[in-house]
Design a protein around this ligand. Structure first.
Ligand code: F6P
Length: 322
């Protein structure tokens, strides 16, 4: 193997740049050449490539987003799309690729390997922290802290007005972000996909807290969790309880910002481990962290298996928010 390609794909996450930096510098240190692929799978199909050297990744460790840009690419799901991508990569002398991303990125990479036999590894990165095969995904801690800062601010104003503040965080089909930001922010209620939502019981609990002397509360909800979303839910709670409610949707603010130390360190370790694994002949694997150490998991398992949330953390959040 002489040359590897590096790309970021799917939802960006703080720390992706630190991972690009780690891949580029580890690869060059170990005698490889590196090609940057812009806009993920779309860039493979378009042949949007650039040579990368040690200086290409200067001053990016602290930057959010991704200097290589990202995209979601339906064309790559077609047979023709993957064939074109592989042909472009081979024509550019790329012998294997390392991607940085989450579920969709892993699925794309697995299918590229199956169809084209181009060696591929993925560094686990998504603010959702929902990849099976890695205890941690790059970007999660920064996104959690961004959500937490917003929750702290909302608590100030909710307390001043004796209100119930509903906060929607990201997380697509899982509740990691909601659970961690909710637990850290002392949320009275945490609504996540892993636990069915019982609206009458939720109202009863919120009303019960008032009876115990709480004058305000915070409800953290993972996006898309209740049919219709957070606004109708908050309205129903208002009607049933008479509480003064307000709703805040944090949205894409959680994806941006300078990565916290944990994300930079995880990104650096995963990037290094990915290059080492590729040189050792590994392919079709997710590069993650298990029990504090780099770990490889077959890509198909990573995006098909469900990573469970820790029910004990949910229970703890409820006990402590009384
Ligand atoms: O997977 C990361 C994520 O931010 C999810 O939490 C969210 O559901 C989704 O991406 C949003 O995607 P888009 O950037 O396409 O709006």
């Amino acid at each position: 193997m002489k040359r590897i390609g590096v790309y970021t794909s799917g939802g960006d996450a703080p720390g992706m740049n630190a991972c690009i930096r780690a891949i580029v510098r580890t690869a060059i240190t170990r005698g490889l050449e590196v090609t940057g692929i812009e806009h993920g799978y779309a860039g493979m199909i378009a042949g949007s490539f650039l040579p990368m050297n040690l200086r290409s990744v200067s001053n990016i460790i602290q930057r959010g987003g991704t200097i290589l840009k990202s995209s979601r690419c339906p064309e790559f799901m077609t047979r023709e799309g993957k064939a074109k991508a592989a042909a472009n990569l081979r024509a550019a002398g790329v012998d294997g690729v390392i991607g940085i991303g989450g579920n969709g990125t892993s699925e794309g990479a697995h299918n590229l390997w199956l169809q084209e036999r181009l060696p591929v590894l993925i560094c686990a990165s998504t603010i959702d922290n929902d990849l099976y095969g890695s205890d941690y995904t790059i970007g999660f801690d920064t996104a959690t802290n961004t959500a937490l800062e917003a929750i702290d601010r909302l608590r100030d104003t909710a307390a001043s007005h004796d209100r119930t503040s509903f906060v929607e965080v990201m997380g697509r089909n899982n509740g990691y972000l909601a659970l961690y930001a909710g637990l850290a922010g002392g949320a009275e209620e945490i609504i996540i996909p892993e636990v069915p939502t019982d609206v009458p019981a939720l109202c009863e609990r919120l009303a019960g807290m008032r009876a115990r002397g709480k004058t305000s509360s915070i409800v953290v909800m993972a996006e898309g969790q209740v049919s219709g979303g957070i606004f109708p839910l908050a309205e129903e709670v208002r009607k049933r309880t008479g509480l003064d409610v307000r709703v805040t949707v944090l949205g894409h603010t959680q994806r941006g910002g300078s990565p916290v130390a944990r994300d930079r360190v995880m990104a650096s370790r995963m990037g290094w481990a990915a290059v080492e694994a590729m040189q050792a002949g590994e392919t079709d694997k997710l590069v993650g962290i298990i029990n504090g150490q780099p770990h490889l998991t077959p890509l198909e398992e990573a995006y098909t298996k469900k990573k469970p949330i820790d029910q004990k953390l949910m229970d703890l959040a409820y006990i402590l928010a009384r």
